[in-house]
Structures are given as C-alpha cells and as structure tokens.
Design a protein around this ligand. Sequence first.
Ligand SMILES: [Fe+2]
Ligand SMILES: [Fe+2]
Length: 167
Amino acid sequence: MATKSMNDLFLATLRDIYYAERRLLKALPKMAHAAENEELKQAFTDHREETQQHVERLQQVFEAIGQRARGKTCEAIEGLIGEVEELLGDAPTPSAVRDAGLIACGQAVEHYEMARYGALGSWAEGLGHDEAAKLLQLTLAEEKAADALLNQIAIDAVNGDAVKAAA
Ligand SMILES: [Fe+2]
Ligand SMILES: [Fe+2]
C-alpha cells in the first residue's frame, strides 16, 4: 500500500503496532517464566493481561475508522524480541544478571510502544478520529506505567543484586 496521506500513514502504523502487540502476547509469558525476581515475574505476567487489552483496543480503533483489523510484520519488534531470545539463549547466570537484562529488554519494548502510541494518538486527534485517539491514549498511559514499574523494580532490587553477583 502506498502511503500517500496521513490517513495511510496512520493505518500503516496501526498495522505495525497491532502486529507488535500480538507478537508480545507470545513473548511476555516466556519473559515471565525466565524472570527469577518475583516482582519482575509478576510485572511481566500482569503486562501480558494488559497487552491482551491493547490488542482488543486496537481492534476497536480499526473498527472506529472503518477498517478491518490486520497486522503487518514489524521488524522493530522482531529485533527487540530477538534480543530477548539472545539473552535467554546465552542464559547468563547468576539469575540477577539475567533479570537485569530482561528488564532492559522489557523497557526497550515499552519505549517502542510509547513512541508508536504517542505518534498514533496525536495523529488520530489531528485526523479527527476522536474515539481512536481516546483508546490510543489509554494504552499509551499503560505502556508508560509498565515502563515505570520495570524501572522501579530495577532500582529496588535487581540492579543492586546483579552488580553484587557480578563483582
Ligand atoms: Fe502494549
Ligand atoms: Fe507494553
């Protein structure tokens, strides 16, 4: 599809994040499983639930603009998930080091989503897709909260343990 207008760009980017969210539904349980820190495990598990909602909200956004919900391969998320797989494939020990790596990967994903939802939300507003804008901003707020929680877990526990373990 040629991107000739803001509406085209909006739709193409919507398909990108729809693909990414559905990809994350499969990746987050693996991240939760690999996490040793209980709080981190819970954070990934809870965010998997939120991600299910993000997928459903995106379906509502597609519907609100009269389009069929459809994803388009997002190379960025493939790359970010590839980094998670690389980390787990290397299986760094001790586990606090692996958890620190998982948090960094998780935050990279949240930042990607924040960038996408930030752009989509303001484009939707500009294009007069008010219902879509509202839904996108709701998800943006949850991505920000997920990022802040990961940051807090890193500060509270994981990074300190990881540095001690690595010393
Ligand atoms: Fe999401
Ligand atoms: Fe997220």
